[in-house]
Design a protein around this ligand. Sequence first.
Ligand SMILES: [Zn+2]
Length: 391
Amino acid sequence: MSVELESLKDQVGKELDGLSRELRELGERIFENPELKFEEHRAAQWLTEELEEKGFEVERGVGGLETAFLARCPHESQGPTIAYLSEYDALPGLGHACGHNLIANIGLGAGIGLCSVMEELGGQLLVIGTPAEEGGGGKVELIEAGVFDDVDVAMMVHPSDKTLVGRGSLGVQELKFDYYGEAAHASSQPEEGINALDAAIATFNNVNALREHIKESSRIHGIITDGGEKPNIVPEHAGAKFYVRAKEMSDLEELLKKVKDCAEAGALAAGAELEITKEGRRYEPMKPNPVLVELFQDNLDCLNEEIDEHVGGMGSTDMGNVSQVVPAIHSYIKIAEENTPGHSNAFAEASNSDKGYSAMITAAKALAMTGIDVLGKKENLKSVKEEFSSD
Ligand SMILES: [Zn+2]
């Protein structure tokens, strides 16, 4: 690395150290005021106010989403565009048990840090506020609205129980099954009834048999949303919801078809009618850009952050969709004891802890430093793009 880039990285590190108190306060405020997907009005307001105060030009409600925003560093010139992404939605019942209060400030902090040296680098820098990661697919909406059209590299970091740089994510589609039968007295005239719940239970049994014959990385998990009214009434309606996940889009397509067949077979066996609805937006698998992964990892090394090895399962994120259209990374930073599950009360606690807030600053620094690598050295962006188009 050139001496010049190294000194810019030092400068950004100092800038973020100076901001750590302010960013922690913002993180705590978002933590204490959890807002669900598409309702993150206060978080979006606080984040955009902070960015404006730091000189960013802010556009609110981008892509037709009220709680989305696009903030632009004013020191811009001809050259590539870097985007840091912030998420700030919470989970129903659990609050910030996925640590999005930290993600919000990692993206914002990286943006403010990099913006302080943008005059020396050239190019453009955006902080994009992306609502509703938890099931709403805010990023999918923003992609469709063209918000990522001029972005060359998109980066973000998610809190975790491990620090992982190149971990991907699974594509996911939610399916909703409605089974329609015929109500009847369950004891005096059961032969007159068509049991919609039987159709749903048969679907689960079929899926459980299918499970043995799917790829190890794929996942199918379901719940029954309606199982009837009373034991003495043959259920005339039953409902189930499934998440179907796979590592590759082609596997996901195939698996979705098989899960639908399981439901069809269940309905057929019970004599019920079936209605299938695709719910929500499809999340595509994350394609971490190997060049960005390496640069980010080197920067974490410089910050003395220990990198863990990925073993076990993966979740899904709408950052996957971004990574399919723009070179991207979605890395993880350790904020909790190993094996602390995400979406748990223990993870919520970690998201509002000293360790959480210090990891937030480390992640923001490493993202800003990676931005310096991309904008400061032409060959880096060239190989990022070559890797992106090679698969
Ligand atoms: Zn999350």
